[in-house]
Design a protein around this ligand. Sequence first.
Ligand SMILES: Cc1cc2nc3c(=O)[nH]c(=O)nc-3n(C[C@H](O)[C@H](O)[C@H](O)COP(=O)(O)OP(=O)(O)OC[C@H]3O[C@@H](n4cnc5c(N)ncnc54)[C@H](O)[C@@H]3O)c2cc1C
Ligand SMILES: *[C@@H]1O[C@H](CO)[C@@H](O)[C@H](O)[C@H]1NC(C)=O
Ligand SMILES: *[C@@H]1O[C@H](CO)[C@@H](O)[C@H](O)[C@H]1NC(C)=O
Ligand SMILES: *[C@@H]1O[C@H](CO)[C@@H](O)[C@H](O)[C@H]1NC(C)=O
Ligand SMILES: *[C@@H]1O[C@H](CO)[C@@H](O)[C@H](O)[C@H]1NC(C)=O
Ligand SMILES: *[C@@H]1O[C@H](CO)[C@@H](O)[C@H](O)[C@H]1NC(C)=O
Ligand SMILES: *[C@@H]1O[C@H](CO)[C@@H](O)[C@H](O)[C@H]1NC(C)=O
Length: 534
Amino acid sequence: MAKFLFIFSLLLLSANAAFAEVESQYFDCFLHSSNFTNEAIYAPNTTAYKTIFRSSIQNLRFLSNDDTTKPSFLIQPTRASDVQAAVSCGRRHGLGLRVRSGGHDYEGLSYVSAGGPFVIVDLANLRSVEVDSASGTAWVGAGATVGEVYYNVGVNNRTAAFPAGICTTIGVGGHFSGGGIGSLMRKYGLSADNVVDALMVNADGELLNRTSMGEELFWALRGGGANNFGVVLSYKIRLVDVPPQVTTFSITRTLNEDATKLVEMWQTIAPQLVDDLWIRVMASAADVEATGNRTIRAIFQGMFLGQRQELLPVMEKSFPELGLKDNDLKEMSWVQSTISFAGYDIEDPSILLSRKPEYNSSFKGKSDFVREPIPEMGWEEIWKFMMEGKDEPLTMILEPWGGRVGEIAETEIAFPHRNGNLYNIQYFMRWFEKEEAVTERHLDWMRRLHELMTPYVSSNPRAAYLNYKDIDLGSSSEEGNAGCWESRDWGWNYYLNNYERLAKVKAKVDPENYFWNEQSIAPFSACKPLSYKE
Ligand SMILES: Cc1cc2nc3c(=O)[nH]c(=O)nc-3n(C[C@H](O)[C@H](O)[C@H](O)COP(=O)(O)OP(=O)(O)OC[C@H]3O[C@@H](n4cnc5c(N)ncnc54)[C@H](O)[C@@H]3O)c2cc1C
Ligand SMILES: *[C@@H]1O[C@H](CO)[C@@H](O)[C@H](O)[C@H]1NC(C)=O
Ligand SMILES: *[C@@H]1O[C@H](CO)[C@@H](O)[C@H](O)[C@H]1NC(C)=O
Ligand SMILES: *[C@@H]1O[C@H](CO)[C@@H](O)[C@H](O)[C@H]1NC(C)=O
Ligand SMILES: *[C@@H]1O[C@H](CO)[C@@H](O)[C@H](O)[C@H]1NC(C)=O
Ligand SMILES: *[C@@H]1O[C@H](CO)[C@@H](O)[C@H](O)[C@H]1NC(C)=O
Ligand SMILES: *[C@@H]1O[C@H](CO)[C@@H](O)[C@H](O)[C@H]1NC(C)=O
């Protein structure tokens, strides 16, 4: 036994030594390619390592003390050649790579890896936003937040805007490449629909733009998850026109105020409204203060691209039951609406430049797409489940489809969720407790809800939104890497009929699967025939 232990520890020691050797070779390789003047690489023995690692992590669930899931190095590039070196050295010396822009990944996949040694390329320093008013476009660094984009596009020009998400600290890098849904999508589509060029580094360490990467790869970057194909440094976006004043509202209805009926009606009304009007619903269970009874609070949040007196007749015609009144409405500039939806004071646009991870808590998200309205009885079942979860801080966010986002063909870009969808649901739970048991209970509750929703949502495959990444849909271990692309269920959930084309792009640009992660796309290869099963 003692002898066995001795040999075992020798093996471990030599494995560690070999690994230290790999790390040291990587470090040298990186320094060489930056002529030994680079300050962009941080080893765990530097004081900056901890600060940078932590800097943009939103989901504290993945901030563990387990060093084996932490990166060998952090690289914070200031120029393209740093990224090229990070990739080339990684391939040469066998260190994996994760790209992080805003750090909002729902499953922490931009900064934690279960697939062996890796480095993080953190793009926080590549975040310039260069607006070209003459052409109505901008080059945006992948490390910028959408708040920084909104600020630079909209603060000095009330009629310029860009369609992207509600939370202002989301990073451009992940958000645009997964789609990007928000208050302008019914008028102008997703962020990804308005990307017109990109600069990226591929698995061979080459720096490419739209012309040199070709249309297939450029197609894949828009909705296919850029991390499957390389590291995007910046996107060129097309700005959109908005009126100098938009109108917003946020009104709450409880069960006693007909919330069930209103949500039921909203399902078919919201996707068919004029494109200038976006109304989403946020529903959660709450206690009625006076009685302690539980109820459902449905918040109808809206934005109209026009003035209040134009909105009232539109609502009177399309959705009078909501009972929207003049004093529910607020007029403001579009950029102020982004501040307002993010929950801040609209008089202070500088909040858009704050990169502080506002979440600083644990969370779990899941998503669905709804193609047939859920009947009132269905809502009653859902509400009952939500009200039972007294210690389950769950919110359901219903985002209306229709308009521009539904008009664009499913194959136009890699993002596939188009015509035929009424709305997207995000199930979201956020908590502050750190105990493992609490986390497990919350995760279990989310799975039960997902199960309960099965009859009401899309099926075969059950569609899910890549930006609300959900590891429960399946994951691959590195050893399972040789497996068949087709058998990876999440690929069908996220990409539907675009999945095969994405796997083919992957086979072409990263055949060795350097850009692997737990839910990445495997390179297309001949597989045994297999039809998708729910
Ligand atoms: C509080 C909150 C609110 C949100 N609100 C919305 C919303 O309103 N609408 C919406 O559509 N989504 C929303 N999201 C989801 C968000 O769009 C995704 O989490 C998105 O992927 C975040 O991008 P990121 O750059 O911040 O994240 P990261 O964690 O940095 O990256 C996410 C993924 O993209 C990859 N990636 C990042 N940068 C690059 C790059 N430059 N090149 C290649 N791959 C890259 C990462 O490797 C990772 O897999 C929200 C998320 C949170 C936490
Ligand atoms: C490194 O130095 C060489 C020779 O001076 C130069 O050609 C090259 O561009 C430099 N590389 C970087 C990344 O600065
Ligand atoms: C820190 O780590 C780097 C890379 O592994 C190594 O080259 C360097 O010598 C270390 N510095 C100290 C002070 O240990
Ligand atoms: C404002 O933005 C719009 C839309 O991009 C553009 O057409 C217009 O020229 C811009 N105005 C100024 C003054 O930059
Ligand atoms: C893309 O790169 C090519 C060279 O590879 C260059 O000729 C072209 O001008 C670039 N296109 C844009 C839009 O920058
Ligand atoms: C509160 O709940 C109790 C028991 O379900 C019910 O009898 C009562 O009417 C409710 N009160 C209100 C104000 O809804
Ligand atoms: C996050 O919360 C922790 C306490 O849970 C606190 O110590 C830390 O300073 C917070 N970080 C940020 C960025 O707010």
